[in-house]
Design a binder for this molecule. Structure first.
Ligand SMILES: O=c1ccn([C@@H]2O[C@H](COP(=O)(O)OP(=O)(O)O[C@H]3OC[C@@H](O)[C@H](O)[C@H]3O)[C@@H](O)[C@H]2O)c(=O)[nH]1
Length: 438
């Protein structure tokens, strides 16, 4: 009985131990499975997140965002392009401004200050031409207000551009064949082509300029009470029968020859001047200008001095028209301008010869260049050498520059003209050398 009870107890104890071991095993096994499940769930979640199918709204938002990104990108590109274009445009404008600023003188030639009582308003017709521009320089440096009127047939802006922007300077592009309404105290009426090939190129226009143009200027002088100086010419003497010619000589002009448009045009201009003086009480001065030369002559002026210099500088044949025995006197431009200023200020009202009295033949003996002679030009005056007794007596004027000095200055000028490579590379106006007037 006791033995049976012991066996029963052992069996019960064994069952209990086995149950305990099983229980522990189960518990351990259960914990392990939970961790795996959690891990598996996480992996699954991640996978789900990776392969999640977006909703329609999400897709729409995404597409809109992409489009806006693309638009922004395109806008950025076009803005960049516009910026580049604007930058290059600005660069071009800056270059232009620099160029234009270069053409506006920073510093003008010295100008005397005149009070309002002494300062005159002076109109110069043909003021951008060879003679006119030198006259303008002197009037400006004297401190007057100068109005230049030019149709630029033979005149050039370049001749007066060193005054552009100056408060005393004004330029009007105008053909004096049409009336002009400005205020002026004095008028220097120089507008007309003066070189034979130029004035013969359009003879009707030359006559109009010297007749209608002169009437317009005399009318203006009458209206505003201005004193007027008419630029006449030695050509009013035509092919003269008297040498040298005094002002009292009436001349020898072919009224229907090739030069008549100029010769007769200027004769009528003189007649008009004295008619306005007599009838309308206009204060007139008449200068009979002889051959003049100097800087600012056009390279294709066509007169003998510019032709010979240009031909010699370029090793071209010197063209002597006729036998070269005809004579001329040559006045340097600054002397002529002094003569015109003196005449305007004087009280002498009859015509005055202004030129250099020393006569020279046109032939060029001993010239190193090839010289060609040709038939004489029709109606070419055989001689033009003036008597300047009137100018000496009434204006106390006589020319000062020798032919040698004047020619040297003119040769230097033409050399510079020939060396010009482009339109802008000769910006010499900053150092324009203006001869001070006495
Ligand atoms: O290449 C040339 C040019 C001109 N000549 C001659 O040189 C002489 C002077 O002729 P220019 O052309 O210089 O001038 P002109 O004397 O004929 O007229 C000038 O005179 C006075 C001014 O007032 C006038 O405006 C201008 O016409 C003329 O005999 C002419 O035939 C040449 O032998 N070769």
């Amino acid at each position: 009985m006791i033995r049976q009870s012991l066996k029963f107890r052992k069996a019960i104890t064994g069952v209990c131990v086995l149950s305990l071991v099983l229980f522990v095993f189960l518990i351990l096994n259960k914990n392990h499975t939970n961790e795996d499940i959690v891990n598996n769930l996480n992996i699954q979640k991640q996978a789900d997140q990776r392969f999640v199918v977006p909703s329609y709204e999400e897709n729409y938002v995404k597409i809109v965002k992409m489009q806006s990104d693309l638009n922004n990108q395109a806008e950025n590109d076009s803005t960049k392009k516009e910026l580049l274009e604007t930058r290059s445009h600005i660069e071009q404008l800056e270059k232009k401004i620099a160029l234009l600023e270069g053409r506006i003188p920073q510093k003008y030639p010295d100008v005397t200050y005149l009070g309002h009582k002494e300062r005159k308003r002076i109109l110069v017709t043909g003021g951008a031409g060879f003679v006119g521009s030198h006259l303008v320089d002197i009037l400006m440096t004297q401190g007057h207000e100068v109005i230049v009127v030019d149709n630029f047939f033979t005149g050039r802006k370049r001749n007066v551009e060193h005054w552009f922007g100056h408060r005393n300077f004004e330029m009007i592009h105008h053909d004096i064949v049409n009336p002009l309404y400005v205020e002026a105290d004095e008028i220097y009426h120089l507008a007309s082509p003066a070189s034979p090939p130029h004035y013969m190129q359009n003879p009707v226009k030359t006559i109009k300029t010297n007749t209608l143009g002169t009437i317009n200027m005399l009318g203006l002088a009458r209206r505003v009470g201005a004193k007027i100086l008419i630029a006449s010419t030695s050509e009013v003497y035509g092919d003269p029968m008297v040498h040298p010619q005094p002002e009292s000589y009436w001349g020898h002009v072919n009224p229907i020859g090739p030069r008549a448009c100029y010769d007769e045009g200027k004769r009528v201009a003189e007649t008009l001047a004295y008619s306005y003086a007599k009838q309308e009480n206009v204060s007139v001065r008449v200068a009979r200008i002889f051959n003049t030369y100097g800087p600012r002559m056009h390279v294709s002026d066509g007169r003998v001095v510019s032709n010979f210099i240009m031909q010699a500088l370029q090793n071209l044949t010197i063209t002597v028209y006729g036998n070269g025995k005809q004579t001329r006197s040559f006045c340097y431009v600054s002397d002529l301008v002094d003569g015109l200023l003196s005449l305007m200020q004087s009280s002498y009202t009859l015509p005055v010869n202004i030129g250099n009295p020393v006569e020279h033949t046109i032939e060029v003996p001993g010239c190193r260049s090839t010289v060609s002679t040709s038939a004489a030009v029709e109606d070419d005056p055989s001689g033009a050498g003036q008597n300047i007794a009137v100018a000496k007596a009434h204006l106390h004027w006589s020319p000062k520059v020798t032919l040698k000095d004047g020619l040297q200055r003119t040769i230097d000028y033409f050399k510079e003209e020939l060396s010009r490579k482009t339109f802008y590379n000769n910006q010499t106006y900053m150092d324009v050398n203006i001869k001070p007037h006495k």
